[in-house]
Design a protein around this ligand. Structure first.
Ligand SMILES: Cc1cc2nc3c(=O)[nH]c(=O)nc-3n(C[C@H](O)[C@H](O)[C@H](O)COP(=O)(O)O)c2cc1C
Length: 190
């Protein structure tokens, strides 16, 4: 990969939402590559704190219902929209696969919580970039319902869910994201 190709990949990774996904399954070996690249993220004290749950088929359908019902129970009846409820179900249905992004705290408590969280986020970026290179769109959803993720996943002691990576093939890349110029976010201290 050239420098230009790497720059292009990083700058053209976008959040792509399930309505844009094609009705095309992601082969298991491609998912395995995505997950494997996730596990190559740096992680302090090599705790490998990521725990991924790959949802396909019936489990994916169950996730859609779980998220939609979480919306229903958190919304006052007069504000509830059936259309939104269905849209949430569709989100899981239109995804070829959804990866539950979970994090396991070090049982010996040697690390700060944020250090393990950062490692999982780096793993997600690895997976997201890999998916992009394979023509697969993705987005990280972090609905409030993740606090009740133990209803859909078996979570070990000290394990929690940080969201879901919704994945699906897309027709074409969405193009470069908008970002502020470096001057707005970088201070050079020579
Ligand atoms: C930790 C994290 C959580 C996110 N949660 C959500 C979410 O719940 N819903 C959503 O629409 N996008 C979510 N996003 C995606 C961001 O909105 C998106 O990355 C941002 O708009 C920048 O767009 P880009 O990914 O195309 O560069 C999340 C992103 C991150 C890193």
């Amino acid at each position: 990969m050239t420098h230009q190709e790497l720059n292009h990949l990083i700058r053209n990774r976008r959040s792509i939402y399930p309505p844009s996904f094609l009705d095309k399954p992601i082969p298991k070996d491609v998912l395995e590559t995505i997950l494997t690249n996730g596990t190559y993220a740096p992680n302090y004290k090599k705790t490998e704190p990521w725990r991924f749950k790959v949802l396909r088929g019936a489990s994916k359908q169950k996730l859609g219902l779980f998220l939609a019902n979480a919306y229903k129970s958190a919304t006052p009846q007069e504000q509830f929209l059936e259309k939104k409820y269905q849209k949430i179900i569709q989100k899981a249905e239109k995804s070829a696969a959804v990866i539950g992004l979970c994090m396991q705290r070090d049982p010996q408590n040697r690390l700060e919580d944020w250090e393990e969280l950062a490692a999982v986020a780096m793993a997600v970026q690895n997976m997201w970039l890999t998916a992009t290179q394979y023509g697969i769109g993705a987005y990280w959803g972090s609905p409030k319902a993740i606090q009740k993720a133990d209803k859909i996943f078996h979570l070990e002691d000290g394990e929690r869910c940080l969201g879901f990576l919704f994945l699906g093939y897309v027709e074409e890349a969405m193009g470069k994201a908008e970002r502020l110029p470096l001057e707005e976010r970088v201070i050079w201290m020579d």
